[in-house]
Design a binder for this molecule. Structure first.
Ligand code: FAD
Length: 91
C-alpha cells in the first residue's frame, strides 16, 4: 500500500511506580479506581468513581485503569476528579 508515512503506536506504559506504596495498581501499573479497587478499599463509605484505594486520592486520564485513553475523556475525568475532591473535603 503506497503511503507517505507510518505511525507506530504499540502501547503505553504509565509512570506510576512512585504510587506503588500508596494506591493499588493493576499488573500493568495503571491506577485502580472506584469499583475496580474495592478489594483494596478499607473505609466505611463507598468510594467515589475516580477515587483510588487511598481515600482522598483520585486518578484521572490515561494513567487510570480502564480509562478510554482519549483527550476528551481525560479532560472530562480531570474535571470530575475536581468535583469528587470537593465532595471529599466536605465529608
Ligand atoms: C501518539 C499519540 C497519538 C494520540 N492521538 C490521539 C487522538 O488523535 N485523539 C485523542 O483523543 N487522543 C489521542 N491520544 C491519546 C491522548 O494523547 C491521551 O489520551 C491524553 O493525552 C491523556 O491525557 P492525560 O492528561 O491523562 O495524560 P498525558 O497527556 O500523558 O499527561 C500526563 C503528564 O504527566 C506528566 N508526568 C508523568 N509523570 C510525572 C511525574 N512523576 N510528575 C509530574 N508529571 C508527570 C507527563 O510528562 C505528562 O505531561 C494519542 C496519544 C498518543 C501517544
Amino acid at each position: 500500500m503506497p503511503c507517505d508515512g507510518l505511525f507506530v503506536f504499540i502501547g503505553a506504559s504509565p509512570n506510576t511506580a512512585f504510587l506503588r506504596d500508596t494506591a493499588a495498581l493493576d499488573r500493568k501499573g495503571f491506577v485502580l479506581t472506584g469499583d475496580a479497587m474495592r478489594a483494596y478499599w478499607d473505609s466505611d463509605r463507598m468510594p467515589y468513581y475516580l477515587e483510588t484505594s487511598c481515600p482522598g486520592i483520585f486518578a484521572a486520564g490515561d494513567c487510570r485503569a480502564g480509562s478510554v485513553k482519549r483527550v476528551a475523556s481525560s479532560v472530562g475525568e480531570g474535571s470530575m476528579a475536581i468535583t469528587f475532591i470537593h465532595r471529599y473535603l466536605a465529608l
